[in-house]
Design a protein around this ligand. Structure first.
Ligand code: CUA
Length: 342
């Protein structure tokens, strides 16, 4: 008897701690997540009251003793009792139908509220981000009517607080799913097909997102951060990202850049302002402006970058980053160059 009680306690504790979790959908930080959160509580409350009512009715029925003049179950039912039973069943059915209709209306209203968030019409003020799912990272392209102002980054999306942002979602390989619980519900990224998601963060902060559709071996290592910041900070960040990469300073960084460009790195990566311009892997132009490496697998610092270059397959087995074939003395200049890409 004690084990089930303990299990229930653990479950309740787990559920309660999930509510306090920094990335919980029950702590909305944007209008879309707020709508979804409200709907969740409406459904939970109604379902909870119904379950309690049913348990109570069942308990009353079980505990109730039959009156001395009441016939056995299965025997003939008196007309008065039949009338009462019919009335009870009718009332219970009407309540069920009314509740289900109420939930349907709440669900439709939430859907309409989610769809009513539209971005500003002016393409110069709208922020439109193309998010491409890859095995296993996120390619983030900031679109612009002027192609010269477009830029790419990876696994980290900056957005201005209080402004509606449009995400155009697609995938290059398998089906992924974009989910940032505190800002919106899930949306699939489907190869060859574009879906759209509109959201607004109403409070500044870093909101953790995660691929929510099993997409292969490293599905769990496919995290993304949405960084919502005041408009001035966002504009500063965006202006910085539009700049080409910093020129190497000093001999070590210069040697690192030569190694980078002569090894196989440019076959997969872009560093704007150099000959490296491939989009197979993440854009490295401003690599060190990002907080994590390999889509939230490691904090981004020179020690982890070194470990990643030396043996990426030990950190993220199955990822497209090939095993290191460079001589040991190449790693230090390479890391010096990469960490200069602020
Ligand atoms: Cu991408 Cu799971």
């Amino acid at each position: 008897m004690r084990a089930p009680v303990r299990a229930c306690g653990a479950l309740a504790l787990g559920a309660a701690s999930a509510c306090n979790d920094a990335n919980s959908a029950l702590r909305p930080a944007g209008i879309q997540a707020q709508h979804i959160g409200t709907l969740f509580w409406v459904f939970t409350t109604v379902a909870g009251v119904v379950v309690l009512g049913m348990v109570l009715a069942l308990a009353l029925g079980t505990l109730r003793t039959r009156a001395p003049d009441e016939p056995d179950a299965g025997g003939p039912i008196e007309p008065e009792r039949r009338r009462r039973l019919t009335l009870h069943v009718g009332v219970a059915s009407a309540i069920s139908v009314a509740l289900l209709l109420g939930l349907l209306v709440a669900s439709i209203r939430t859907g309409r509220a989610l769809a009513s968030l539209t971005p500003p019409r002016d393409p110069n003020t709208a922020v439109t981000i193309e998010l491409v799912g890859r095995q296993w990272w996120w390619q983030v392209n900031y679109l612009d009517a002027d192609p010269g102002r477009q830029f790419s980054t990876a696994n980290e999306v900056h957005i201005p607080v209080g402004k509606t942002v449009v995400f155009q979602l697609t995938s290059r390989d398998v089906v992924h799913s974009f989910w940032v619980p505190r800002l919106h519900g899930k949306r699939d990224l489907i190869p060859g097909y574009e879906t759209q998601l509109t959201l607004r963060a109403d409070r500044p902060g870093i909101y953790r997102g995660q691929c929510a559709e099993f997409c292969g071996f490293q599905h769990a290592h496919m995290g993304i951060d949405i960084i919502a910041e005041p408009e001035a900070a966002f504009e500063r960040w965006r202006a910085g990202q539009r700049q080409p990469a910093a020129e190497p300073r000093g001999e070590l960084e210069r040697r690192g850049q030569q190694l980078f460009l002569s090894a196989s790195c440019p076959l997969c990566h872009t560093v704007a302002g150099t000959a490296a311009a491939s989009v197979v892997g993440p854009d490295l132009t401003h690599l060190m402006s990002r907080n994590t490496l390999a889509a939230h697998t490691l904090p981004n610092n020179s020690a982890n970058l070194t470990a990643w270059l030396l043996d990426p397959q030990a950190i993220k087995p199955g990822a497209s980053m090939p095993p290191n074939i460079l001589p040991p003395d190449a790693i230090t200049p390479l890391v010096a160059y990469l960490t200069s890409l602020q």
